[in-house]
Design a protein around this ligand. Sequence first.
Ligand code: C2E
Ligand code: MG
Ligand code: MG
Ligand code: MG
Length: 284
Amino acid sequence: QAKAVNRGRFSFFSEEMNSLAQERLALESALRDALRGGSFELHFQPQINLHDHSLHGVEALARWHDPQMGQVSPGRFIPIAEECGLIGELGKWALEEACFQLADWRRRGIQVPSVSVNLSATNFHDLELPQFVTGLLRRYSLAPTDLTLEITETVLMDTNPSTNQTIAAVHALGIPLAMDDFGTGYSSLGYLRKLPVSELKLDQSFVRDMAKDEAVSALTNAVIRIGESLKLTVVAEGVEDADQYRLLISQGCDVAQGYYFSRPMSADQLEHWVREYRSAAPVE
Ligand code: C2E
Ligand code: MG
Ligand code: MG
Ligand code: MG
């Protein structure tokens, strides 16, 4: 009897695992096709300068619409892309697409100061990354400061021997680096000394609770003071309401990004947004 139950269980789990594995495989091959076939798109989210309300820049965020599965979120496809070795390609695609888009806006007089692109630790294993970016800047007639490369702490924890060299080379080209999701990882302070970052992105988990929890607002204030003393631009992520917005201004935060200003938008929508934003009174 026990045997039968166990056997029943075993086959239950194995069927479940089998279907998970199959779903996973299907996602993986769809992802591969999507990267080649152009069903990826970049959306852009405005970043607002809190000192003068001007547009600081936009962050490029990958969007994937699959004909069968519909919209697949980055939370789902980024980990798969990491595991199946496609994340490097995705990062390079995003870099090229961002450069293309910025050049297109510039040509048509749409004033977007810069585009931030998210890169994976894997992109920094590639010693040819600096050369790749240089090629893009030349092809699209852009300056190094037209881009910002967003990295996360995983880049720093990385023991790959190429990483330091690639980071140094990108920095030497004059391309700004931003530390994404700042405050969520380990040893956040030690590496700020060593890394050539010019921007700290205060993680949205702090912003979410800062207006309702004094301990959290003490932390955001501390991060902003660190940024100030190290002369780094502090960008608050995930700003959703007026309370957070006002508190960030009172703490002297430099830049904010979040649904309070706008969700990430297609290139066309961003263009309209920029036109309207520039002609409207500053947000208050
Ligand atoms: P991230 O770089 O920290 O990007 C910010 C995320 O917060 C985005 O999620 C954005 O849509 C979301 N967000 C913006 N404002 C708000 C807000 O007010 N409230 C809330 N709750 N969320 C807000 P998204 O687009 O789903 O991307 C998730 C993550 O996926 C990104 O986090 C980034 O780590 C990764 N990712 C996205 N695109 C790329 C890419 O092209 N390459 C790589 N390597 N990673 C990417
Ligand atoms: Mg980011
Ligand atoms: Mg982030
Ligand atoms: Mg992130």
